[in-house]
Design a protein around this ligand. Sequence first.
Ligand SMILES: N[C@@H](CCC(=O)N[C@@H](CS)C(=O)NCC(=O)O)C(=O)O
Length: 284
Amino acid sequence: MRRSSRIRAVKSTKSPQPKVARWKRAKPKRAKPALTKPKRTKPKRTARKSASQSKLPIELYYWPTPNGWKISIMLEECGLPYVVRPVDISKGEQFSPQFLAISPNNRMPAILDPNGPGGRPISVFESGAILQYLGRKTGQFYPHDERARVAVDEWLFWQMGGLGPMAGQANHFRRYAPEKIAYAIDRYTNEVNRLFGVMNTRLAAREFLAGRYSIADMACVGWVRLAERMGQELAQFPHLKRWFETIRARPAVKRAFAIRVEAASAVDMKDPNVRAILFGQTAR
Ligand SMILES: N[C@@H](CCC(=O)N[C@@H](CS)C(=O)NCC(=O)O)C(=O)O
């Protein structure tokens, strides 16, 4: 297998109104009377450092798939400045030591936020964790109120543990498996059908999965976008269809879906090298 040793920065996207990443600061505690000599602090240096870091964009390690879209949508929705760092998973770039250092599961998406907690850089892998991180960082699309947050978490984890993996398997057995195994195709196609039905029922009485538009909707929308590949017909799910059309029409979502990675369009899934990289993985 060929491995690329470096992740290339190919393209950056523009958020229409780039904003500087914000952290909600806790109220400063009132200083207690000092019993001993007060410690020396280094406020000037820290302040200078975080001011320069805050100008740096978030790095999004990305490939155009439903998991990648979740994060480009959230970044666009929040108006956070970011650059796209394509990870060509068809060439094995997900195994480069640099990428594994931030995403040890050799899967994209991942992010590197130069202005993380305490003004220091932080990396995050797993799309659900990234969405929650960005929601906490910006205070957007991830409510503070505990009841509302539980509802978002329920649907986010439902996507991460159910819709994503089942849709992924349906796609694999329907499109990529070398033999058409009816049992596997039916098993995963039916499961996606069931899960679409669950969403449809949920959306009959609500505009969005957790009531208001949230990271839970962003997590699910990419899979519904590819419904046909999973053998699903959206006409069977009118509430889900309405939900999908509402989200797809959002300007931020349009911008996220419009990000082009040239190399991704050129990938030939019949190429034995590509198949060996993507479908021949075992423990290393
Ligand atoms: N649970 C992970 C799944 C991510 C995932 O499966 N990413 C795929 C593309 S959609 C990937 O990077 N595949 C690379 C590989 O199979 O080696 C997440 O949600 O972040």
